[in-house]
Design a protein around this ligand. Structure first.
Ligand SMILES: O=C(O)c1ccc[n+]([C@@H]2O[C@H](COP(=O)([O-])O)[C@@H](O)[C@H]2O)c1
Ligand SMILES: Cc1cc2nc[nH]c2cc1C
Length: 352
C-alpha cells in the first residue's frame, strides 16, 4: 500500500522459507556418508539455511555483527551495576577494537558495525554510524520511553543498515547491543508481550545485588502500570517500555529477513528484539538462527516464546553480539558439511 511506512512495507515483504530448497537439502543430507540425522543440529541448520537463502551452497563468508548502542532514562532509578557513562565509553572501545565482540569477530572473520542510535553523548569516529534518534530514552518508570514515531524511526534505522550491508555483500548477520540499563526495558517488554510475571523475567543484568534487584522488579511493575503497553501492538510495547537499540535491532532482523539473509540472535536483549520482530512479522522467525543461552533470568522462557533452541550454553551474559559471533563458525560449518562431504555413491560406501 502506498501510505505504508518503510517498516510496514519491509515486514510485508518477508516471505516463507523456500520449501523446495529445504526438501533438496534434506535429500542431499541423507545421501552423505553418515547415518541419517547423525549430524544433529548441524543438519537442521543446513536445512534452514537452504530455506532462508533458496540455495544449497550459500556463500555466507561475508559476515557482520551490528552493535546498536543506546542509553536509558530508567538508569536514574538505580537499576544497573554500572553508570550510564559506560555506554559511550564502550562504543569507543568497540571502535578501537578492544571489546570482547571485536576479539571474537576477528577470531571468526566477521566485521563489527557499530551504530549510535541513541547514546547520550556526542560521539565521532570515522567508523561509527551515527543514526541517533535521540540521546537516550525517557524513564519508563514514569512515562513512555519514546514516542510511537520515534520507535518506528528506530526500526527503520535498523532496516536501512541491514539494506546497506546487504548491498555491500554481507550475507550473514548477528545482532549485538550496548546500553547500560537495557535489561530493564527488555524485561518490561518481555512481560508485556508474553504476559509473564515481572518477577519471573527480571535478572541481574550487569550484576546487581539483591537490593537493586528488588528495586528493578518494582521499577518494571511501575513501568507496566504507568504505560499500559498493548500486548497486541508490538510498536506500542517498544515505544512505551523499550529502547532505541532494541528497536534498531528489530529493524536489522526485519531487514535481513526481507533480503532472505540469516540473522543470528544474541542474548537477552537481542532476543527481546527478535520476539518483537516476530510479533510484527511472524515469518521473520524463520530467518533467525539461535546462538547461546544467556545467564540472564528469563532468557530460556523468551527463546521458547520465539521458538529458538540455543546452540551454545557458555554461561555468558555480556551482550554486544558475543554469543552470536561465536556461533558463526557453526553456521558456516553446517553449509560446508552439506557441500563438501562425500555421498554414499561417490565414496563407494555401502548403505546396508
Ligand atoms: O546479552 C545478554 O544476555 C546480556 C545480559 C545482561 C547484560 N547484558 C549487557 O549489559 C548491559 C545491560 O545490563 P544492565 O544491568 O545495565 O541492565 C547491556 O550493555 C547489555 O549488553 C547483556
Ligand atoms: C564493561 C561493560 C561492557 C559491556 N558490554 C555490553 N554490556 C556491557 C556492560 C558493561 C558494564
Amino acid at each position: 500500500m502506498e501510505n505504508e511506512s518503510l517498516w510496514e512495507r519491509t515486514a510485508a515483504r518477508i516471505g516463507g522459507l523456500d520449501e523446495a530448497a529445504m526438501a533438496k537439502a534434506e535429500h542431499k543430507l541423507d545421501r552423505l556418508t553418515k547415518p541419517p540425522g547423525s549430524l544433529g543440529r548441524l543438519e537442521e541448520l543446513a536445512r534452514q539455511l537452504a530455506g532462508i537463502t533458496g540455495e544449497l551452497k550459500p556463500d555466507l563468508s561475508n559476515k557482520a555483527v551490528v552493535v546498536m548502542a543506546g542509553d536509558h532514562g530508567v538508569c536514574a532509578e538505580g537499576v544497573s551495576a554500572f553508570p550510564a557513562a559506560v555506554t559511550p565509553q564502550m562504543v569507543l572501545n568497540f571502535l578501537n577494537g578492544g571489546a570482547a565482540v571485536n576479539v571474537l569477530a576477528r577470531h571468526v572473520g566477521a566485521d563489527v558495525v557499530c551504530v549510535d542510535i541513541g547514546v547520550n553523548a556526542e560521539l565521532n569516529h570515522p567508523e561509527l554510524l551515527v543514526r541517533k534518534v535521540r540521546p537516550g530514552t525517557d524513564n519508563i518508570a514514569v512515562g513512555p520511553a519514546m514516542s510511537r514515531d520515534e520507535a518506528a524511526r528506530a526500526i527503520e534505522v535498523g532496516i536501512r543498515i541491514a539494506d546497506e550491508l546487504a548491498e555491500r555483500g554481507y550475507r550473514l548477520f548477528a545482532t549485538g547491543e550496548m546500553g547500560i540499563g537495557n535489561t530493564t526495558p527488555s524485561s518490561a517488554m518481555l512481560a508485556a508481550l508474553t504476559g509473564a510475571e515481572a518477577a519471573d523475567v527480571v535478572g541481574r543484568g550487569t550484576g546487581i545485588g539483591d537490593e537493586a534487584l528488588s528495586k528493578k522488579r518494582d521499577v518494571i511493575r511501575r513501568a507496566l502500570d504507568v504505560n499500559r503497553p498493548d500486548a497486541n501492538d508490538p510498536l506500542d510495547v517498544l515505544a512505551k517500555v523499550g529502547g532505541f537499540e532494541i528497536a534498531g535491532l528489530v529493524g536489522v532482523i526485519l531487514g535481513a529477513a526481507a533480503r532472505r539473509c540469516p540473522v543470528v540472535v544474541d542474548g537477552f536483549i537481542s532476543s527481546v528484539a527478535a520476539l518483537a520482530a516476530a510479533r510484527i512479522a511472524p515469518l521473520a522467525a524463520g530467518y533467525m538462527l539461535p546462538s547461546h543461552l544467556s545467564q540472564e533470568l528469563g532468557h530460556r522462557l523468551l527463546l521458547e516464546h520465539i521458538g529458538l533452541r540455543p546452540i551454545l550454553q557458555m554461561d555468558m551474559r555480556l551482550g554486544e553480539g558475543t554469543g552470536a559471533v561465536l556461533t558463526f563458525p557453526i553456521v558456516e560449518a553446517a553449509v560446508k558439511l552439506m557441500n563438501e562431504m562425500a555421498t554414499f555413491e561417490s565414496a563407494g560406501v555401502s548403505e546396508q
